[in-house]
Design a protein around this ligand. Structure first.
Ligand code: ADP
Ligand code: MG
Length: 340
């Protein structure tokens, strides 16, 4: 029996799989299309995401994770199974040792669900290690996590924003809030509903955020036409929305992210605060790509802000670095991995 070591970033929006010796080999949306008559999964990942909001009644697209944790255990397990199978393809009689991340704020029950889903999905029973997401993100972003100097990582994904100060291989202060990209999309939906009596879907809201969204005014403000359903007469309608409106819509959820950063800074021991003033705050996660977010956080905290080079890959790359050089990360492991 062969064994392979894989790292899984089971995110609310995207799941990434890192295969030791190979690098990141899977990057897919955490979405499953399920046939409601048979309860069978029809599509997993990219194909499933494409059909959100446009399926016949019998097929629904399900996101098995919500706010960083498993919301639908069976579907999450099926999804993991598909991804693990894909990662190990061609090698029958292979089992996987798995290292997987959870947000730092999750409960013991939520952790256990992740572990059990991995075991059911085909991981080696005794070899599923759980690591806290901000630690993996910091390692993946290349921060000096093992040094006595303090670093701050802020990972803003789809479901959660994770803020952590790391020093000597451990997390010194942290906050995990269930407010990130998905909440930004919801805020856009609510804004358009209130201002224009127009109902739009999640994919449209996300598209607007990606194309014309921003957290801070910038030179290339734009507008775009969107389709929705008028709530007063029930008919389809097109309207034009501009960047400033999306920014307005995002004020509230963004202020929650900023508050989490401030609260963590307030909890940080003074010696380490001095390091952060010097080294700045590093942003990772897909929402770190929101235009002007670095400038907003800089204005609100006064700290220098850096965006990781590949924000969407940091967590998976971090687990990859741990898999490749397990001895260098013993501190991170003993501090962060909980065995059950
Ligand atoms: P998770 O780890 O929760 O799966 P990711 O780190 O994969 O999340 O990030 C996904 C989130 O990032 C989504 O909410 C997506 O809309 C958002 N995102 C991706 N690219 C951009 C961008 N260019 N601007 C703003 N948000 C983005
Ligand atoms: Mg993530």
């Amino acid at each position: 029996m062969f064994t392979k070591d894989i790292g899984i970033d089971l995110g609310t929006a995207n799941t990434l799989v890192y295969l030791r010796g190979k690098g990141i080999i899977i990057r897919e949306p955490s979405v499953v299309a399920v046939n409601t008559h048979t309860d069978k999964c029809r599509y997993v990942g990219k194909e499933a995401k494409e059909i959100i909001g446009r399926t016949p009644g019998s097929i629904v697209a399900v996101k098995p994770l919500k706010d960083g944790v498993i919301a639908d255990f069976d579907i999450a397990t099926t999804m993991l199974q598909e991804f693990i199978k894909k990662a190990l393809k061609g090698t029958i009689f292979t089992k996987a040792n798995v290292i997987i991340c959870v947000p730092s704020g999750v409960t013991a029950v939520e952790r256990r669900a992740v572990r059990e889903a991995c075991q059911k999905a085909g991981a080696n029973k005794n070899n599923v290690l759980i690591i806290e997401e901000p630690m993996a993100a910091a390692i993946g972003a290349g921060l000096p996590t093992n040094s006595p100097s303090g670093s701050m990582i802020v990972d803003i994904g789809g479901g959660t924003s994770e803020v952590a100060v790391i020093s000597m291989g451990g997390i010194v202060a942290s906050r995990s809030i269930r407010c990130a990209g998905d909440e930004f999309d919801n805020a856009i939906i609510n804004y358009i509903k209130k201002k224009y009596n127009l109902l739009i879907g999640e994919p449209t809201a996300e598209k607007m955020k990606l194309e014309i969204g921003s957290a801070f005014p910038h030179e290339k403000e734009a507008s775009m036409e969107i389709k929705g359903r008028n709530l007063l007469n029930g008919l389809p309608e097109n309207i034009i929305i501009n960047s400033a409106e999306i920014r307005d819509a995002l004020v509230e959820p963004l202020s929650r992210v900023v508050d989490a950063i401030r609260a963590t800074l307030e909890e940080t021991p003074p010696e380490l605060s001095a390091d952060i003033i010097e080294n700045g705050i590093t942003l990772s996660g897909g929402s770190a790509l929101l235009r002007g977010l670095d400038r907003l956080i800089n204005r609100e905290t006064g700290m220098p802000i850096y965006i990781a080079e590949y924000p969407l890959d940091c967590v998976a790359e971090g687990m990859g670095k741990i898999l490749e050089k397990i001895n260098d990360y013993q501190d991170a492991l003993t501090e962060n991995i909980r065995y059950y």
